[in-house]
Design a protein. Structure first.
Length: 227
C-alpha cells in the first residue's frame, strides 16, 4: 500500500507545483499577490494563536462582560475571520505582493544583460539584502503596527526604527546563505515558491515575537495601574 500511495502523493505535489509555476509564468503579478495574501493570512493566524494574543483578547472580552463594561460589537465577517488576519491578508494582496514583484522586476532588469559570474551574483545578493530587503521589512513592520491599532505616524516610525535592525541582522545572516543555496542547487523556476516558504517562516517568527512583546508591555502597564 505504501508503494502505491507514495507515488500518488508525489504526483499530486508535482501537479500542484506545475500548476502554480504555470500560473506564475502567465500572471506573475496576480499570482504573487494572491500567494502573499494567503501566506499573510496563515502567518497572522498562527502568530495570534502562538503568542497568546487571541486567548488574551477573549479573556478581556469575558472580563469586560462580567464587569458590565461595553464590549465592541463584531461585524458579521468578524465572526468568520479575525479582523487583523483579514487586514494582513489584504495588505499582502494589495501592498506587499505587488511591491515585492515590482522591486524584483527592477532588480532583474538591472542585471538582465550582465554575464552570469561570481561578481554579478554577489552584486545581486548585495542589492537584495541592502536595498530590497530593508524596504520590504520596513513596510512589513509599519503595516504590522497599523494593523495592530497604531495610528500615530511618529509611533509607527518609532516601531520600525526599534525593530528593523534586529530583523535585518537575522536577514543578513540567513538569506545570503539561502540565496546562495538557491543559486547553486535549485532551478530559477522554483525560486519564487522557495523564497516565499523561507520568508513565511521568518515572517511568522518575527510577527509572533512582536505580539509577545506587545502583550508583555500591556500587562506591565496594567500592573502599574493596579499598584
Amino acid at each position: 500500500m505504501a508503494i502505491v500511495s507514495k507515488p500518488a502523493r508525489q504526483s499530486l505535489a508535482l501537479t500542484l507545483l506545475t500548476a502554480y509555476l504555470t500560473t506564475l509564468a502567465r500572471h506573475p503579478l496576480a499570482t504573487k499577490a494572491c500567494t502573499t495574501a494567503t501566506l499573510n493570512f496563515l502567518q497572522e493566524e498562527i502568530a495570534q494563536r502562538v503568542s497568546g494574543l487571541r486567548a488574551a483578547e477573549k479573556r478581556g472580552e469575558k472580563q469586560a462582560a462580567l464587569e458590565g463594561r461595553p464590549v465592541a460589537r463584531k461585524s458579521l465577517i468578524e465572526h468568520v475571520v479575525n479582523k487583523r488576519v483579514l487586514q494582513f491578508s489584504l495588505y499582502g494582496l494589495f501592498v506587499s505582493g505587488p511591491l515585492n514583484h515590482f522591486l524584483y522586476e527592477v532588480l532583474n532588469r538591472v542585471f538582465a544583460n550582465r554575464p552570469k559570474n561570481k561578481v554579478n551574483t554577489l552584486l545581486t545578493i548585495l542589492a537584495q539584502n541592502l536595498i530590497i530587503s530593508p524596504i520590504l521589512n520596513s513596510v512589513f513592520l509599519a503595516a504590522n503596527a497599523v494593523i495592530a491599532g497604531e495610528r500615530s505616524v511618529e509611533n509607527v516610525i518609532g516601531t520600525v526604527r526599534a525593530r528593523l535592525l534586529s530583523m535585518m541582522k537575522v536577514s543578513w545572516v540567513v538569506f545570503p546563505c539561502v540565496q546562495l543555496f538557491a543559486a547553486r542547487a535549485l532551478p530559477p523556476l522554483v525560486w519564487v515558491p522557495f523564497f516565499n516558504s523561507i520568508a513565511f517562516i521568518f515572517g511568522t517568527y518575527f510577527n509572533t515575537q512582536g505580539k509577545i512583546r506587545a502583550l508583555q508591555s500591556t500587562r506591565a502597564a496594567d500592573d502599574e495601574k493596579r499598584e
